[in-house]
Write a protein that binds this ligand. Structure first.
Ligand code: TXA
Ligand code: MG
Length: 320
């Protein structure tokens, strides 16, 4: 595989972060738009660049458990078990914050979302910058998440630097779990399922907020991740309008008359669907021949829950 990065690029990006600038960088989930999490002026630039409302808190990315101790008040056993089992990896833990974390990062909440990304470039960037890195997904607020450097460049052409690490592997954002005294609550579904969290914490109640529950945290909005063209989830259409783009998840023949078909997988592999979902939406968003997008659903079990969460939110503004 082509290596997209070298150590000089990471060193350059790290210097920008420690000088208070903004760098987009790869993680295993999606690209993040990073700034020094302990510098409120730098963090403010993230909200400005994304046009993101400041009531929507950021995730802080760390490279060691030492950082975790500094950012959060107490480390109970559940936190240590989840960190041991899933980090580095696509799990964000929402925990009580320490005074070190600026209020802007957490939108004045008493808690902070923290994760250790499973990507060598992200980890080396955090180490070299010498600080935890606050980073939302590197897209304009409400738009499609980026899974390549080119996706970032399309939406955020003016940020200080884009560290290119190739295509991200997981493709959808991390699972967010609030670790509370008596239970865990999954606030956003992702690659790590509630079943996996339950298996790691025998005897602990693990709740999962239903997909259409009312907003449980600022920023977990119903409409999100949207392409700039109308998106519809296929039900039982027999015909599509002219200039339709179609996203399918297998090589099966289709009778539908799409102008362009993009396939995320040959055989409905959910790992491949997750990994290719945003890229397929970006491709059809960018195609001038296409004026609306139709996408096949997947069954809502396991990783399919997170995939359908993103798909429904992307399509939400076009639903009744
Ligand atoms: O995979 C990911 O999580 C990516 C990569 C870059 O790490 N990041 C990401 O960040 O998806 P963002 O900002 O697009 O989504 C973070 C979500 C927001 O919806 C926010 O409301 C929620 O996390 N969040 C952050 N801190 C929180 C907190 N203290 N309590 C509840 N929700 C929180
Ligand atoms: Mg996002």
């Amino acid at each position: 595989m082509k290596s997209h990065w070298n150590i000089e690029d990471i060193e350059h990006a790290a210097r920008i972060i420690s000088d208070g600038g903004l760098v987009a960088f790869p993680t295993e989930t999606v690209y993040g738009l990073g700034a020094n999490a302990l510098n409120p002026v730098a963090v403010a630039k993230i909200f400005e660049a994304k046009e993101r409302p400041t009531f929507d808190p950021l995730i802080v990315h760390i490279a060691s458990l030492g950082d975790l101790k500094k950012l959060t008040g107490e480390l109970n056993e559940k936190v240590m078990i989840l960190a041991e089992r899933f980090w580095p990896g696509p799990l964000t833990m929402v925990l009580p914050k320490s005074d070190l974390v600026p209020d802007l990062v957490t939108s004045d909440l008493p808690t902070v979302g923290i994760r250790m990304p499973d990507h060598p470039v992200a980890l080396e960037l955090i180490r070299r910058a010498g600080c935890p890195i606050a980073a939302p997904s590197a897209n304009k607020f409400g738009q499609l998440s980026p899974t390549t450097a080119a996706h970032v460049r399309k939406q955020l052409p003016h940020i200080d630097y884009i560290l290119d690490g190739g295509k991200t592997a997981v493709g959808i954002e991390s699972t967010i779990v609030s670790v509370e005294a008596d239970k865990c609550v999954v606030l956003r579904p992702g690659r790590i399922t509630p079943e996996e969290i339950r298996a790691a914490l025998p005897g602990v109640e693990v709740e999962s907020k239903a997909l259409n529950d009312k907003i449980v945290a600022p920023g977990l909005l119903k409409s999100h991740y949207s392409p700039k063209k109308p998106l519809f989830i296929l039900s039982n259409e027999t015909q599509l309008p002219d200039h339709s783009g179609l996203i399918l998840h297998s090589n099966a023949e289709t009778p539908l008359n799409a102008t362009r078909i993009v396939r995320t997988s040959e055989n409905k592999s959910l790992l491949e669907v997750a990994s290719g979902l945003f890229a397929a939406l970006h491709t059809l968003e960018d195609d001038p021949e296409i004026s609306q997008i139709w996408i096949e659903a997947v069954s809502e079990t396991g990783l399919g829950i997170a995939i359908m969460d993103r798909m429904k939110k992307a399509a939400y503004q076009y639903q009744e």
